[in-house]
Design a protein around this ligand. Structure first.
Ligand code: PPS
Length: 228
């Protein structure tokens, strides 16, 4: 089975089947655009294009996700305000700014509701971002099963790279080196005020619980004592 990949190549306004690469029997075309999950029109349009599309969403603790998102923006625009400033509409009152995209994206239940109007849950796989780091092969098994692929990627293909602090792919027999994700993945996050983390835990808790109920899976974000 060959997988043809199309990485963020389609402008959403022109999302059409004829812009996808041609596949023959035994091939799957994949398209990766994280923002589709939070784009209001995406489910409707993708459903119109191909209602049997399988959807894979990697979700991680929304607080860590927000800090990761902020870290990425900070690397491009070092002059932006602190995370703590951006997170609140009114910090004295503890009023979270849910319209800040770094926080809004993590309200997974809200976005999923929109997708479930068009796609059954059986067509959506939620991959745990935490387990993708602690047990990449385990998560890849779920992905392969979900896509109806033979289980090829397994434990033996990964090793933990101490320098990177993340799992990487071992050197394939026909290639020159091991393969870690690039420098922009796995950045060190700034230390965030613990009170702000606490406030965010309270903010996300009901949405996380709603998300567990909708997906039938407990991602254990309530149990995590500390954010990275
Ligand atoms: N194996 C491996 N190596 C490196 N990084 C890993 C890996 N597995 C998961 N992650 C986590 O992926 C996070 C970056 O992915 P993104 O979703 O931000 O990527 S993207 O920009 O949307 O394409 C990145 O987030 P940050 O730690 O905030 O950089 C990582 O935590």
């Amino acid at each position: 089975m060959k997988i043809r990949s199309l990485h963020n190549k389609l402008k959403f306004s022109t999302f059409k089947r004829d812009l996808m690469p041609r596949t023959v029997d035994g091939q799957i075309t994949m398209e990766k655009t994280p923002s589709y999950f939070v784009t209001t029109d995406a489910p409707k349009r993708i459903h119109l294009m191909a209602k049997d599309t399988k959807l894979i969403v990697v979700v991680r603790n929304p607080i860590t996700r927000a800090i990761s998102d902020y870290t990425q923006t900070l690397s491009k625009k070092p002059e932006i305000p602190t995370f703590e400033v951006l997170a609140f509409k009114n910090r004295t009152l503890g009023l979270i700014d849910a319209s800040w995209s770094a926080l809004r994206i993590g309200i997974y239940a809200l976005h999923l509701e929109n997708w479930l109007e068009y796609f059954p849950l059986s067509q959506i796989l939620f991959v745990s971002g935490e387990r993708l780091i602690s047990d990449p092969a385990g998560e890849m098994t779920k992905v392969q099963d979900f896509l109806g692929l033979k289980r090829i990627v397994a434990d033996k293909h990964f090793y933990f790279n101490k320098t990177k602090g993340f799992p990487c792919l071992k050197k394939p027999e026909d290639s020159s080196g091991a393969r870690c994700l690039g420098k922009s993945k796995g950045r060190t996050h700034p230390k965030i005020d613990p009170d702000v983390i606490q406030r965010l835990r309270k903010f996300y808790r009901p949405f996380n619980i709603m998300f567990y109920q909708m997906t039938g899976e407990d991602f254990q974000w309530e149990q995590e004592e500390q954010e990275k």
